[in-house]
Design a protein around this ligand. Sequence first.
Ligand code: HEC
Ligand code: HEC
Length: 235
Amino acid sequence: MMQFLIAKARKLMATMSLAVAIMLADPAGTAVAQVTVLLPTDGDIKATLALPGDIQRGKEAYAECQTCHRKDGSGRAKFNIPRLSGQHASVLIKQLMDIRSGLRVNPEMKDYMFDSDLTLQDFADMAAYLQSLPVVDNIAQGPPELVPRGQAVYASDCARCHGEHGEGRAELFYPMLASQHYSYLLRELDLILTGERGNSNPAMPPILRNLSADDKRAVAAYLAQLPAPGKTATP
Ligand code: HEC
Ligand code: HEC
């Protein structure tokens, strides 16, 4: 209960600081999509982004995460554990800071992150290490017959933010979606739609509301089979 109340209070503060930021950034309030991803653990995110990540040290710190996310960072589709290898360091840092602050609801990891003595430097190092890892070919796939439909949904509704090839945009914290596990993508689409994820970009739920269940399965199936641009392991 206490945890829940703390999370609620944090969310309220997030909304308040967001409103202030929008007013500061643009009195007409038209820049919503640009500012929403930067708050509210902005301080820690900025501080971590400013630290040069050390790949070798990151490899050592990451040892603690391998049980769940696997040694090669490829995740475990069965338990909705995402692939982290090849993801933008900025995205990894933002998500980790959001999980740590409770803004992104992630009970599996949250207690672990609180108990651990991880420093901001450790997070910067792990993000650099994970970004450097190739994407291996064990990504859980969706129904192949839905891929063409998913491609059309993606092009019309998602590509403008997540990139033409699902590559994301590091500087705006847009995640790379190509070669992510089908089941994890589907789960996140629902958590983002309902707001349960906690740190959803406000621009996404209205888009997702217009998609049918089959559209969502289709777009997840399309993304899971899409090669990660420039990240695939050379055979
Ligand atoms: C007990 C299992 C477990 C451990 C240990 C764990 N994670 Fe996770 N992690 C998860 C799960 C489950 C999710 C996805 C939760 C959800 O559906 O939102 C996740 C999500 C993430 C994400 C968000 C990825 C994205 O695409 O948004 C990052 C980054 C991450 N973990 C990094 C780490 C790091 C770094 C460590 C070690 C310090 C770690 N995790 C330890 C289970 C774990
Ligand atoms: C306005 C820009 C924008 C549009 C359009 C958009 N997204 Fe997103 N999306 C984001 C941002 C930003 C995040 C990261 C949220 C955060 O960090 O708070 C995200 C996160 C996600 C995630 C979670 C990824 C992960 O690793 O956990 C998925 C899945 C996703 N988007 C899929 C989609 C799909 C599918 C569409 C089209 C139907 C779409 N998005 C449209 C901006 C957008």
